[in-house]
Design a protein around this ligand. Structure first.
Ligand SMILES: *Cc1c(COP(=O)(O)O)cnc(C)c1O
Length: 379
């Protein structure tokens, strides 16, 4: 069996273990401590957000953000349909209803026109949405200037799901810092990982303070255990935060490597008809290119489909995956309102994520490329 090439696997820089060892040496084996503080500080410095709370996962961060915005049973929350289920699940946790928005074709993220159409329609039906959750898939910023303009006009707060886009910017500003709150994830396959973890970032000190309070079981200040609110156990462990501190030292390197993977694929596959890339649509956009993604048009590839490429790679022990299956097509969400024109459905049917790890070497890249070229040039 040839060596397995993963879509995106953890890539340690080397210093992570020192921070973890420090946690052991000082017995800070707890959901608080110097690594948590240090990791939060480096997230603030890196993103430019004034405050950051390190949490147990990105999903927990979305859940807390919606609680902080007062989302209650029966409320409606707008989200991108083309995403991972973790964007939408917390809406359901709160008994609220997701309103799903289709993608546009430039960035594959939330379509501003559909967003405004949905807001108008929901308001006309008597319910103004409580929040909007845009997502930056595969690292690509959305048309966030247009989304913020619309959200501002209707006075609806924006929570950015930047789980896949740490290090990506729009007009030089970090994704996750446009809305009232932003969400980051450090799950195992993200651009940096803490094995599992997330963060909530915001310029609003009160919101982040409250997120830390709710994430530590909503403990009131008292010598005994006193609770006036329902809490959650969502804080990040100080051991895990040590991994995060080390990973922050190599984040820029990882971004450069992910972007180099994208350059490699797009350069070498440019000559093949029917293969298109998710690429930055203009100067304003800077993507971390977490995953390099293509769409395959069999009418122009001589009949070769997305699945032909995926299966050819699988036969070589190389992992590639279809793009996210939109939430409005998921059995669990299909009965919720959807505003769209078929864009994300088409992307799902024709799109493929190529292996994009920052730890791939030249040999890996050439093995992947050769497999794709072989299937595209089969007589
Ligand atoms: C990974 C991811 C999440 C969830 O983050 P976790 O840390 O795994 O809970 C949310 N949204 C998107 C778009 C993601 O890719």
């Amino acid at each position: 069996m040839k060596k397995k090439i993963w879509l995106s696997s953890p890539h340690m820089g080397g210093t992570e273990i020192n921070y973890v060892k420090e946690a052991f040496d000082t017995n800070w084996i707890a959901p608080l401590g110097p690594n948590v503080d240090g990791f939060e500080e480096s997230l603030e410095n890196y993103t430019g957000a004034v405050h950051a709370a390190a949490l147990s996962s990105g999903t927990a961060a979305i859940h807390l953000a919606l609680i902080l915005l007062g989302v209650k049973p029966g409320d409606e929350v707008i989200a991108s349909s083309f995403t991972f289920s973790a964007t939408v699940n917390p809406i359901i946790y709160l008994g609220a209803r997701p309103i799903l928005i289709d993608s546009e074709t430039d960035t594959w993220n939330m379509c501003p026109e559909m967003l405004e159409k949905a807001i108008k329609d929901r308001i006309s039906k008597g319910k103004k949405p409580k929040a909007i959750i845009p997502v930056y898939l595969y690292g690509m910023p959305a048309k966030i200037d247009e989304i913020m303009e619309i959200a501002g006009r209707y006075e609806i707060p924006v929570v950015e799901d930047a789980a896949e886009s740490l290090g990506s910017t729009f007009n030089g500003k970090a994704m996750g810092t446009f809305g009232i709150m932003g969400v980051l994830s450090f799950n195992g396959n993200k651009i940096i990982t803490t094995s599992g973890g997330g963060a909530l970032i915001s310029d609003n000190e009160e919101l982040i303070k409250r997120s830390r309070f709710l994430a530590t079981q909503a403990l009131d200040e008292a010598p005994h255990y006193q609770h006036s609110e329902i809490g959650y156990n969502y804080r990040m462990s100080n051991v895990v935060a040590g991994i995060g501190r080390g990973q922050m030292e190599v984040l820029d390197q990882h971004i450069a490597l992910h972007r180099a993977n994208f350059e490699f694929y797009s350069k070498h596959l440019a000559e093949f008809e029917g293969i298109s890339f998710l690429k930055e649509p203009g100067e304003a956009y800077f993507s971390n290119h977490w995953l390099s993604c293509i769409t395959v048009d069999p009418d122009r590839t001589g009949g070769v489909t997305r699945d032909d490429i995926r299966l050819a790679l699988a036969a070589e022990n190389i992992e590639a995956r279809p793009l996210w299956k939109p939430m409005h097509l998921q059995p669990v969400f299909k009965d919720h309102p959807f505003y769209g024109d078929g864009t994300s459905e088409k992307l799902f049917e024709s799109g493929l994520c190529l292996p994009s790890g920052s730890n791939m070497n030249d040999e890996d890249r050439h093995r992947i490329l050769q497999t794709i070229i072989n299937i595209l040039t089969l007589p």
